[in-house]
Design a protein around this ligand. Structure first.
Ligand code: C2E
Ligand code: CA
Ligand code: CA
Length: 791
């Protein structure tokens, strides 16, 4: 399986109409199901992929979750011991602090470490929450590897039920949400630090410097309290402090050992902890006060800690890695400011570092999400032909390895994966790590879907070889989703979202595979389903029209014939091109009646035009589908029309494509047409066989050189193309002259093309240079113009 959610419809073949209706109904309903899942997922990924602050992101995402899964209440909760902390909530109306269902904090619906669905959870004694009579509850951990991240909890009203098959999708959404939140936090932190950092430079005295540092630290870590403790020998002095959690700050100086975070500080490392009461970082009660979690960043000068920056929280929630990084940088700024004169250097050096950090993954050195977005944006805006490919790669057994062998082995594995992926790519491709075990590849130059699939398969093969992690050799797999984006039409957000959705499909389809999602194809297949049905009534609803394109004598520009070209004015989709709806009409059999109607229209109009001065020899060309040639009565019907309009059979030319199956029935029919005096034109000549031998059993009168060959003529900028075009046109002209056939060149758009065709001896042509296909009413003016050669 390689396609995403595009839904195959059984081919009509000889299926009777009743069965076809049943088939169509089935296909539509399964398409609707698949569409529901995919549309829901896509909606969620889209919301998660949008920018904004972490809070905005959480609010929007929860709203979308409630919409997609029809949940009445959605909560993102974290439990800390006996407390339940609501990170975000949706469905509680305007209530600022959502009142939680009155449940013990250790209730399963909050603390379950695995995704679960309950119908009427026993814990809900009085199952009414915020006015909703709760019937079922869904619990999905945000990050199964890290219980501190909490869980999404969905509550549904009594009569609504949750479809457990949606659980994997919800799980995947929760994890994505978490990594997007982290990104948003990091972005915000880096921005705040980038503006705040340079402000420190203004302070050359330690007092104001610490005040500024304390304020900045609060802003970048989101801490409730911050302070600076200066270190003097083995004494700690409470220097400057923001709001302090304790009333009593009179007991300073304290022995430095009481601060606990000392060993890490000594090494110059940022340290964070959220178990201050009992853990290895336990602090004396009086010092700890209401502080539950703490971050400490040492300020090192000349290899020695001179101060400690503290950020503190009343919640036992760990500080994010973004906060840790920001605190480390800030400590560096402060250290530099303390050493008079070195501040400026430190700022510019760390700003460069900051910029690198903001665009790169610190573990693997690969680009990060921000850089990928930026590069993709540039790629999509580039003025180049061809689509952009994106691959989304998610390792399948990474978590297991990480859990079993520890984080260090996990990191080692990720670095090795990064190396292998690098080796799979071409120089212009971009490789990034989005976080966790997710990698993205941007392919700026792809020919089409096979290229994307090919790279995906290469990546799979590269990851297939076992990895040596020192202690052990492990095997992991990957699920890869790919997409193609047309430049200038899709956004970065759409593209990443679709790649993500395709990856999800790949995983769902059974891991270790590549799933390339062709958004356009999927869209088309949905549209096709309805068009296919609608085309059958189009004729009766009078939505069809015939347009005519003049065929001219090349030397003089005089109109010698007209090609009838069908048009469908769809009430909703606007003009549907014949390349799209004719095949649908063929599949459904509607082409029979439609084709008859085109012949009747064209003949009727030709009869009128032929009465105009100088137009007695005018012909009309009508395109015939192969399907129409299976109808043995066609000749009789066409001859009846000709007789009614008092036309001679030679006034009608029928165009068929050269790749006919040529069944005995079809050959007999064409033969009858020939014997009746109706000319046969082989359309799109050269596209599939380019060999006259294939035509020998057809009673052919003329060939139409396909416009793809004409397009290359007169194009001096591309000699190769020009060469191919000239070669084919020359060959066709030579062959047809020998066989006594007429030749019409199609798609002439420029004077240069006309000149080359003339020089090669081609006599007639059609194309935009002379006229586009026009309405029947407009034909008269063209006929009376005398010549359609451009002035
Ligand atoms: P075709 O028979 O090869 O028709 C020529 C196509 O080239 C037309 O597209 C025409 O609009 C387009 N064309 C003409 N001059 C130029 C030019 O200078 N430059 C370019 N780029 N294009 C030019 P159209 O009308 O969209 O028709 C597409 C195809 O649909 C036709 O290809 C034909 O195969 C099919 N078709 C159209 N009408 C009928 C019909 O009544 N019955 C059947 N069975 N097929 C039809
Ligand atoms: Ca044609
Ligand atoms: Ca053609």
């Amino acid at each position: 399986m390689t396609t995403g959610p595009s839904w195959a419809v059984g081919t009509a073949g000889d299926v009777p109409a009743e069965d076809l209706r049943v088939l169509l109904a089935d296909a539509r309903s399964s398409a609707r199901d698949a569409y529901r899942t995919t549309a829901g997922l896509i909606r969620l990924l889209e919301v998660i992929g949008q920018g904004g602050t972490a809070d905005e992101l959480a609010a929007r995402a929860l709203e979308a979750v409630s919409e997609v899964f029809s949940a009445d209440l959605v909560l993102w909760v974290r439990t800390w011991g006996a407390e339940v902390d609501v990170v975000a909530a949706c469905g509680f109306g305007d209530v600022d602090e959502p009142r939680l269902p009155r449940l013990p904090a250790d209730a399963d619906v909050f603390t379950s470490r695995v995704p679960r669905v309950w119908t009427r959870p026993p814990e809900l004694a009085a199952p009414v929450v915020a006015g909703v009579a709760v019937g079922s509850v869904v619990h999905v951990p945000v990050d199964p590897a890290d219980p501190h991240q909490g869980a999404l909890v969905l509550l549904m009203a009594t009569d609504a039920t949750f479809d457990p098959t949606d659980l994997p999708m919800l799980r995947s959404v929760a994890q994505r949400l978490r990594s997007s939140m982290e990104d948003a936090e990091r972005r915000g932190t880096v921005e705040r630090l980038a503006t705040a950092g340079p402000r420190l430079a203004r302070h050359l005295e330690s007092g104001p410097l610490f005040t500024e540092a304390v304020r900045t630290l609060g802003a970048v870590t989101g801490a409730a309290w911050t302070s600076v403790v200066t270190v003097d020998g083995d004494q700690a002095l409470l220097g400057t402090t923001g709001p302090w959690p304790q009333e009593d700050v009179g007991r300073w100086p304290r022995p430095i050992a009481a601060l606990r975070s000392w060993p890490a500080a000594l090494r110059g490392e940022v340290h964070s902890t959220h178990d201050l009461a009992t853990g290895p970082d336990a602090m004396p009660d009086d010092l700890r006060g209401d502080v539950r979690s703490l971050l400490c960043a040492p300020v090192h000068v000349d290899g020695r800690p001179v101060a400690l920056l503290y950020a503190m929280h009343p919640r036992p929630a760990a500080f994010s890695s973004a906060a840790l990084d920001a605190a480390a940088l800030l400590a560096g700024y402060v250290a530099a400011a303390l050493v008079n004169g070195r501040l400026y250097d430190a700022l510019s050096a760390s700003e460069a570092e900051l910029r690198r950090q903001a665009t790169h993954d610190s573990l693997t050195g690969l680009a990060n999400r921000a850089l990928v977005r930026r590069q993709l944006e540039t790629e999509l805006a580039a003025d180049r032909p061809g689509p952009v490919g994106v691959l989304f790669c998610d390792l399948d057994e990474f978590k297991a390895v990480n859990d079993r062998l520890g984080h260090e082995a996990g990191d080692d594995l990720l670095c090795q994966v990064a190396d292998r992926l690098r080796a799979c790519l071409r120089p212009g491709d971009l490789l990034a790590r989005l976080g966790g075990d997710e990698f993205v590849v941007v392919l700026p130059e792809v020919e089409g879907r096979p290229t994307v699939t090919g790279v995906g398969e290469r990546v799979l093969a590269a990851l297939h070889r076992p990895f040596d992690l020192g202690a052990e050799t492990v095997r992991i797999g990957a699920s890869i989703g790919g997409v193609l984006g047309a430049r200038g039409t899709v956004s970065v957000t759409d593209l990443l979202r679709d790649a993500d959705a395709a990856m999800y499909e790949a995983k769902r389809g059974g891991r270790g595979r590549v799933q390339v999602f062709d958004a356009l194809a999927a869209q088309q297949s949905v549209a096709r389903l309805s068009l296919r049905q609608e085309v059958q009534g189009a004729l009766h609803r009078e939505e069809l029209a015939v347009h005519y394109q003049p065929i001219v004598d090349l030397p003089t520009g005089r109109v010698v014939g007209l090609e009838a070209l069908l048009r469908w004015r769809h009430p909703v989709h606007g003009d549907v091109p014949p390349d799209v709806f004719v095949p649908l009409a063929e599949e459904t059999g509607a082409i029979g009646a439609i084709g008859d109607w085109v012949v009747a229209q064209a003949c009727h109009e030709l009869a009128a035009w032929r009465r105009l001065p100088g137009c007695a020899d005018l012909t009309v060309s009508v395109n015939l589908s192969a399907v129409q040639l299976d109808d043995g009565d066609l000749v009789a019907r066409v001859l009846t029309v000709l007789a009614r309009e008092q036309l001679h059979p030679r006034h009608l030319r029928l165009e068929v494509t050269e790749n006919l199956e040529k069944t005995p029935g079809q050959l007999a029919l064409l033969d009858t047409f020939g014997r009746a005096g109706i000319s046969l034109v082989v359309d799109d000549f050269g596209v599939s066989y380019s060999n006259l031998a294939h035509l020998k059993d057809l009673p052919v009168d003329a060939l139409k050189i396909d416009r793809s060959f004409v397009a290359g003529l007169g194009d001096d900028a591309c000699e190769r193309r020009q060469g191919i075009g000239v070669g084919i046109v020359r060959a066709v002209l030579a062959l047809s002259e020998a066989a006594g056939l007429d030749v019409v060149a199609e798609g002439v758009e420029t004077e240069a093309q006309r000149a080359v065709l003339l020089s090669l001896g081609c006599r007639s042509a059609q194309g935009y240079l002379f006229s586009r296909p026009v309405l029947a009413q407009e034909v008269t003016a063209l006929l009376l113009a005398g010549s359609l050669l451009p002035a």
